[in-house]
Write a protein that binds this ligand. Structure first.
Ligand code: FES
Ligand code: FES
Length: 155
């Protein structure tokens, strides 16, 4: 399949990338746009490390062919922090919800998505909302505490 120009709006900035339409959005973000905050874990849609928002929806960017994202608004972890530390990031730091950090960008994207839907989530809603994001380090309770703290801080 030949390359073509794919246009996206990433973290508020229009981007035009010469690529194969079947390239993974994850690779375009990391390699073509140097946005390496989005991590690759499993590469199979199982771990959530590569989570970004696509037109406001949480997606695993390892599963999205970039051609399907033509014209879309993408928000990555770099966009979350572009005006200073986001309250969700601050809560992950203060509650110890980030350890090795591999899962953290995806967890933060999933938390932002969760809090947009449930501004005051119950523990069960937090568990469900983050069920697609795996963490090998924290045992999850510190992450859940961070989500609760971020919810208390408000949008
Ligand atoms: S790297 Fe995409 S879900 Fe694991
Ligand atoms: S902090 Fe290491 S995988 Fe979550």
């Amino acid at each position: 399949m030949p390359k073509r120009t794919v246009s996206l709006v990433v973290n508020g900035r229009p981007q035009h990338v010469e690529t194969h339409p079947m390239s993974r959005l994850l690779d375009v973000l990391r390699e073509d746009l140097s946005l390496t905050g989005t991590k690759e874990g499993c590469g199979e849609g199982e771990c959530g490390a590569c989570s970004v928002l696509l037109n406001g929806q949480l997606v695993n960017s390892c599963l999205v062919p970039v051609g399907q994202a033509e014209g879309a608004r993408i928000c990555t972890i770099e966009g979350v922090g572009q005006h200073g530390l986001h309250p969700v990031q601050a809560a992950f730091i203060s509650e110890g919800g980030a350890q090795c950090g591999i899962c953290t960008p995806g967890m933060i994207m999933a938390t932002i998505d969760l809090l947009a839907r449930y501004p005051e989530p119950a523990l069960e809603q937090i568990r469900e909302g983050l069920a697609g994001n795996l963490c090998r380090c924290t045992g999850y309770m510190r992450i859940f505490s961070a989500v609760q703290k971020a919810a208390q801080a408000g949008p």
